[in-house]
Structures are given as structure tokens and as C-alpha cells.
Design a protein around this ligand. Structure first.
Ligand code: ZN
Length: 210
């Protein structure tokens, strides 16, 4: 998360969960009037409610969807041209858009970040990051051809064998864990769906952020 993005977040008091992750909101996106935090009847946490039109602005987690593009014994990775983690390597992945399926999101992100065409396969891993209200979904995918190049959000795109994976300069823990599991499973040929919960970096033993 960039410094600017971080400043948009704050811990707001709620009677039931005193340190929740909130995107701070001042004005109603429907009418422009000011909003305030309220605990609504039969609800269990504070919500932003418009003081004029009474619209309730619910906040829910975001899905980050991506692909593990395979070509023979290699995997396609992208080196990030954007924050956070500029310059580090990752699987092609990004925020799911409205009106698309998760598989479509994974294919679209791969096309946008690597100009690469993939056939999306099985869902391989899911990681919950409740401290930042994100869920990662990563699919196995077959690279259709070798016609790929960096998209606008990538500095570099290339294929890596297991021995070449830049473990020390991977951008995200979910990607690190997914690739570790992937190469372990590939040795047995038995790819097992994995699900995990990632704590805030300061609470986890890993030094890796996010
Ligand atoms: Zn309003």
C-alpha cells in the first residue's frame, strides 16, 4: 500500500469490533451530503450513513484475482512498474472488476499486465488478508503462446523455471506461498487447492509484507 493510500484508512470505533479496517468516508457518494458512523438496528458494526438521503455505505472486502501462467516447466512472472512493491516480481493479478467472473478477471489481468493470452484452469489458492480486507484467488493457467510483453503496469515480463524464481524479490506473501506450493505439488503431479489466512506482517513470523 502506498503512503497516500494508507492515509485513507483509519481504525474507527465500533461497539463490537473496536479496531476494524475502514476506508474513511466524509461525503455521500449518492448526494454529496456529509456522512456519519452509525450502528443500525439489527446490525453488528458501525456503517457510514448519509445524514441527508440516509443511504447506507457498506464496505466489503476486495477480491484480487490472478493467474499462474504455465509454459512447459516455466511460470510467467511480471516485475511491477507500480506501487506498492514497485520493482518486485509477482504473478499477474489485480482487483476484480464488476460484471466479470473470477476466471475472466484472471485472464484480463494477465492480458493487461503481460499482454499474454491464457486458458484459465483450476482455482489453485485462496488467501484471506482480513487486516486489509482483501482476498486473493489464484488460478492455474496455460499460456497459449510466447507472444507476451510488459503491459503498462509491468517493467518486465519473463518465464522462470523453478530454479530461477526470484524468491527474495517476490512482491506479495500470497504469491510466495502459492509458488512454493505449486512447485512442491508439481513434483508429485497432484495439485491441491490451498487456502490460508495471512496475518498482518508485524504479527507474522515472515519478514515479507502483505
Ligand atoms: Zn446522501
Amino acid at each position: 500500500m502506498t503512503k497516500n493510500a494508507r492515509s485513507r484508512y483509519a481504525n474507527e470505533f465500533s461497539p463490537y469490533q473496536p479496531t476494524r479496517h475502514f476506508i474513511v468516508m466524509k461525503y455521500c457518494s449518492a448526494c454529496g451530503s456529509s456522512v456519519e458512523l452509525r450502528l443500525l438496528p439489527d446490525d453488528n458494526r458501525a456503517r457510514y450513513v448519509c445524514t441527508a438521503c440516509h443511504e447506507v455505505h457498506y464496505q466489503n472486502p476486495k477480491l484480487i484475482v490472478g493467474a499462474i501462467p504455465e509454459w512447459q516447466d516455466k511460470i510467467l512472472l511480471c516485475r511491477r512498474a507500480i506501487e506498492p512493491r514497485h520493482g518486485l516480481w509477482t504473478l499477474p493479478a489485480g482487483f476484480m472488476e464488476n460484471n466479470e467472473t473470477t476466471a475472466e478477471a484472471a485472464a484480463r489481468e494477465t492480458l493487461e499486465e503481460a499482454n499474454a493470452q491464457v486458458a484459465i484452469g483450476e482455482l489453485y489458492s485462496m488467501y484471506n488478508l482480513p487486516h486489509i480486507s482483501q482476498v486473493y484467488l489464484l488460478f492455474r493457467a496455460r499460456l497459449m503462446n510466447l507472444d507476451f510483453s510488459p503491459g503498462s503496469e509491468s517493467l518486465e515480463v519473463r518465464l522462470f523455471s523453478e530454479e530461477e524464481i526470484p524468491w527474495e524479490t517476490l512482491a506479495f506473501r500470497a504469491v510466495f506461498l502459492t509458488l512454493k506450493n505449486y512447485f512442491a505439488d508439481r513434483k508429485t503431479g497432484d495439485f491441491q487447492f490451498r487456502i490460508g489466512d495471512l496475518k498482518p506482517p508485524e504479527l507474522s513470523k515472515s519478514v515479507r509484507a502483505n
